[in-house]
Unconditional design. Structure first.
Lengths: 322, 492
């Protein structure tokens, strides 16, 4: 296939458009389920992890010394000044889409632009109480529509594959964060399994990942924390689990190299291989060595892969100069 | 006057309807109800328009605004925190040009573009026109847009202004007059194509039984011209569109054109010159580039030659061009031809280079650098429009009849200090078109910018951008001053 080569800058915009959209979707999932948790007597605990997941605690306290659930919701949904908010993520996606507008369909641009407009118009009352769930559903639905339009309209050049790499990398990274935060908050020790609150919280975790029903299909008879962790890390039949995302990353990279002659730098190969090797294990081995440590290392490897992509593909000049 | 005589003779339209009571106030109007007799199609269109309900039209117009916004047919205004997309106001009542009217405009634009290209070749080569005293030497050589770097450089086909936009108005008799030439980077063509698409979507039945010439192939024509000017001996020349980037207010148009042409939309930082050849940085490494449609001004194009602080350009681009390894459209240095003072000499240039009478006249223009013209301008300040020669976008203009005594006095001082910076023209009684306003359908002043694309030869997009001054009585059609646009129909 003879196609015009993709500019490195445009490749980066495809990558970040996908990452930001995926990030927005994950955040909406977390907020929605945390809201359900918020009705627990121990409610305050439930919003805190949100801040930890993004390492936002200090910044949040600085801007919202009064704290509180409502302030956290605003902070994560509609605060343009918070770079980890849904609004900021969608704005990031939109600005990257703007950079590749000539390469994406009018529908894709139009959708992302209208979606952003809808978010930017939200006010405090719109995300209070029962409205939150509706807003989160609206966000999820729009993120999924985005992916659907991309799937249905994006030209199958290198941009499409880079877009997918961005999406799967972000999704895998978010899955580890989700698991990590629930893990060390709810379950300092795996021995505390069995209380009602514990079961509720693992349910909630699964629902956050949109995984509850899928999990039930694989584990119809019961649930242990190890099962849940295994499912979210290694279940290849579940599209939001870490392992299948990493497999996608490997395949898309091969695709770019094979079909479009995109050179794959050894640093990218090495990062992918390390991830591959790390995930070639069992949940028992992971828990024995420490789940939190494992998740932490995965996150570091995702960051390393992102840095390798950026240096080798998106900014080869800067890399050469350094 | 034939047209005037026709007026009011025939009640072509039913007394009731959308255009009921519409009065062009003595200005020429292509859609004046009495013109329904002039052509079958015009009659059909007028009767159709007249049958539209005002409320329905308003509702549709609001929907069109939303659609344009959602489709991203916008220009973007940036603040510290946000990017605000704005729609260029679109008036849903189209402009209709008859076959013969368009034939005149088209031939006139082709002639004018030919003269501009002859002139540019001449001033950057032997300067016959200066030596013969037809155009003052210092007006050209002392012009801020004259580029000595272009001296002796042969551009392919002698084409400098590959894309030109000629601003045309109609006076009260309907005569077409050229108001301004745009030979650098005329913008707005994306609105022509998008306006048409929006009309076809929103008012699908308005064009039934009316053959209107299509505007859809602009991108294809532009791409063809770029391929024509690409260096010889390249099998499949790579064309790119060079944009200053997303912060440029015309970024949507750059996106639009890149997409319509099917070429990469690059910025200066995406290009690099090595061994006098231009490459773009791709995922697969550097790839050669052979023709550049640039929307970056001369001054920013190549920091090695022009402004050294430019981050928008590409170091070494001029070298690569001069070596014949890449084509650049428009050529550098075309600004000397669309200067408002040089404009005044255009009819003389047409006679000088082409030995033809101008098909389109200029608006009568006084060049204030000439003592008599300055005196005339100062004596008649209250009747004239005085324009700075270097500005665009309608900035810095004195509208004599509308200016206050104090404004005129202040302007008089500026004019006396720098007479060479100004030209003056009588107030042209710009033609009007029925336009949707807050109080119903009313006359609003319009101009017309046809776009000419020139590689080996010149092609003119049928129609062009009709800009409309939306505030009542306003004669300034620029978008920065409350201007909007209309779809322009050329009858086939």
């Amino acid at each position: 296939m003879v196609t015009t080569p993709l500019l490195a800058r445009h490749a980066e915009a495809f990558y970040w458009m996908a990452r930001y959209m995926e990030r927005a979707e994950n955040l909406a999932r977390i907020l929605d389920v945390t809201q359900t948790f918020g009705h627990d007597p121990d409610g305050a605990l439930s919003w805190g992890p949100l801040l930890q997941i993004n390492a936002d605690e200090a910044r949040f306290r600085e801007h919202h010394p009064e704290g509180g659930a409502q302030a956290i919701k605003r902070f994560y949904l509609i605060d343009a000044g918070n770079p980890t908010s849904v609004l900021a993520s969608v704005m990031g996606a939109r600005e990257n889409a703007r950079a590749v507008r000539a390469l994406i369909s009018t529908e894709l641009w139009s959708h992302i632009s209208v979606f952003y407009g809808e978010l930017a118009a939200l006010r405090s009352a719109d995300v209070a109480g029962a409205n939150l769930s509706r807003v989160c559903a609206m966000i999820r639905s729009n993120c999924q529509t985005h992916v659907g339009i991309a799937e249905g309209t994006l030209f199958r050049g290198p941009g499409w594959y880079v877009y997918q790499i961005g999406r799967y990398l972000e999704r895998a990274d978010q899955a580890t964060r989700l698991l990590d935060i629930k893990y060390h908050l709810l379950l300092p020790s795996l021995r505390e399994v069995g209380s009602q609150i514990d079961v509720n919280q693992w349910h909630s975790l699964l629902r956050t990942a949109g995984a509850y029903h899928a999990f039930r299909r694989v584990y119809p008879r019961g649930m242990t924390p190890a099962d849940v962790a295994r499912f979210l890390l290694f279940e290849t039949a579940f599209p939001r689990a870490v392992l299948p995302c990493v497999q996608h990353l490997e395949r898309r990279t091969d695709h770019l190299s094979r079909d479009f002659g995109v050179p794959v730098d050894p640093s990218i190969r090495a990062a992918l291989e390390r991830l591959h090797d790390m995930l070639d294990t069992t949940i028992e081995a992971v828990i024995r060595a420490g789940l939190h440590e494992f998740l932490d290392r995965l996150q570091q490897e995702f960051a390393a892969l992102g840095a390798a992509l950026s240096a080798a593909w998106f900014h080869p000049d800067a890399a050469a100069a350094a | 006057m034939k047209l005037q005589a026709l007026r009011g003779d025939v009640p072509a339209l039913p007394a009731k309807g959308l255009l009921e009571g519409y009065d062009s106030n003595g200005f020429f109007c292509e859609l004046a109800p009495w013109r329904a007799e002039e052509s079958r199609e015009l009659g059909l269109i007028l009767r159709r328009l007249n049958g539209v309900d005002l409320k329905d039209l308003r509702r549709q117009a609001r929907q069109v605004d939303t659609d344009l916004y959602n489709l991203g047919v916008t220009f973007t205004v940036y603040s510290d925190k946000d990017a605000i997309d704005r729609v260029l106001p679109f008036d849903v009542i189209p402009r209709v040009l008859l076959r013969d009217e368009w034939a005149t405009v088209e031939a006139g634009v082709i002639q004018r573009v030919a003269a501009i290209n002859h002139f540019l070749w001449d001033v950057y080569h032997d300067q016959h026109i200066l030596n013969d005293g037809v155009v003052p030497r210092d007006l050209v050589l002392g012009n801020p847009n004259y580029r000595p770097e272009m001296t002796g450089f042969d551009v392919k086909f002698g084409t400098y202004a590959h894309i030109a936009g000629i601003d045309i108005v109609r006076d009260e008799t309907g005569r077409f007059l050229v108001l301004e030439d745009n030979a650098r980077t005329p913008s707005g063509v994306s609105y022509v194509v998008e306006n048409r698409r929006m009309m076809l979507r929103s008012f699908p039945d308005w064009m039934t039984d009316v053959a209107v010439r299509p505007v859809d192939d602009y991108g294809f024509r532009l791409e063809q011209a770029m391929l024509e000017i690409a260096p010889e001996g390249v099998d499949a020349p790579q064309v790119v569109l060079l944009s200053p980037g997303i912060y440029n207010s015309a970024y949507f148009e750059h996106v639009f054109l890149a997409r319509e042409m099917g070429v990469p939309l690059v910025e200066g930082r995406d290009l690099v010159v090595e061994d006098d050849r231009v490459f773009m940085k791709t995922l697969c490494g550097p790839e050669p580039v052979h023709a550049i449609y640039r929307r970056v001004d001369d001054q920013f194009l190549d920091p090695e030659v022009f402004r050294p602080d430019s981050l928008l350009g590409v170091p070494g681009l001029m070298r690569a061009w001069r070596k014949g390894n890449v084509a650049i459209a428009n050529a550098v240095g075309t600004g000397v031809a669309d200067d408002k003072a040089v404009y005044a000499y255009m009819p003389r240039m047409i006679r000088y280079y082409l030995d033809e009478d101008p098909i389109l006249d200029n608006v009568e223009t006084h060049i204030c650098r000439e003592p008599e013209a300055l005196k005339y301008t100062l004596d008649h300040l209250g009747e004239l429009v005085v324009k700075p020669v270097g500005e665009s976008g309608g900035y810095g203009i004195l509208m004599g009849p509308k200016a206050s005594r104090a404004e005129r006095a202040a302007f008089r001082e500026r004019l006396k200090k720098r007479p060479d910076n100004y030209i003056s023209q009588p107030v042209v009684r710009l033609s009007v078109l029925p336009t949707l306003t807050r109080t119903g359908i009313g006359p609003r002043h319009v101009d017309l910018r046809p776009y000419a694309v020139t590689g080996r030869s010149t092609w003119v997009l049928p129609g062009g951008l009709t800009r409309v001054a939306l505030p009542k009585g306003s004669l300034i059609v620029n978008s920065s001053q409350g201007g909007g646009s209309k779809d322009t129909w050329v009858l086939a």
